[in-house]
Design a protein around this ligand. Sequence first.
Ligand code: GLU
Length: 318
Amino acid sequence: MPVTVNPDLQAIVDRITADMRGREDRGKVADYIPGLARVDPRHFGIAIATHDGRIFSAGDATTAFSIQSVSKVFALTIALGKVGDALWKRVGREPSGNAFNSIVQLEAEQGIPRNPFINAGAIVVSDVILSGHRPREAIGEILRFVRDLAGDDDISIDDDVARGEAETGYRNAALAHYMRSFGNIEHPVEQVLGVYFHQCALAMTCIQLAKAGRFLMLEGQHPESGFNVVSPTRARRINALMMMCGHYDGSGEFAFRVGIPGKSGVGGGILCVVPGIASIAVWSPGLNERGNSTLGSLALEKLAAATGWSIFNERDPG
Ligand code: GLU
């Protein structure tokens, strides 16, 4: 199926939202982080920011939610800006095939996490962002970066969520200490985790998130200033990582069903990038057994089918 030229996106997102609203099987809200356990599973929102500056949205697209691991895309972008390709000495870029918080591969692979989107990899990325900063400054840098990308200063960090994660984050602490024993964490573990938990606690709406992802559909260019946030090569590579590793051990299934680079989070959000065409955010808090939003994944599958946006579809050779 070729890409549909000028699909009626408002009609499509309205139709998908009505369909999702009627579904009973929504998965299970993450309950290992206290602030997430309280979220109403009936939410569903979707927003699409297109290459020509338009926004299409439906459902709860203006309700803020905890973006959790979607933040790993923005943190990776900052870390690459700081240390460039040297990052790849400390973090791999292969799919893990393991759960997001798994520790098993780390022993065999000498404390080098498989990729920057599993928790261990993201904790190393936080360590890189912390270099030369106090934790508060590093957190401020991440927040300012995301606000700038989205063109929206109302984005904030939910301190309650961050605190709850710090109180219950035994696994993340174990991952960080374990990597430190291999010399792959340079700063005190509490500081690194502080940065990581606050980054995960970014609260954003679907519209803000879709806008923050626009640079990745625009070959790295900032949509408003026109400056390069990252080079076109780096934008392509971040998209490739999202395609291969963005849904933990469900990444293959997501590529199979949707075919668009995406990053999910346990708050139920997913950010997807259709290069040259659109940046999409969906949110529904119920998760499937792999920790990815049940209805969010389904909505993206339907969107890809309605628009032909799978990156494996025929493109106009131009
Ligand atoms: N902050 C969460 C954790 O570390 C992020 C997990 C996720 O969204 O996949 O457990």
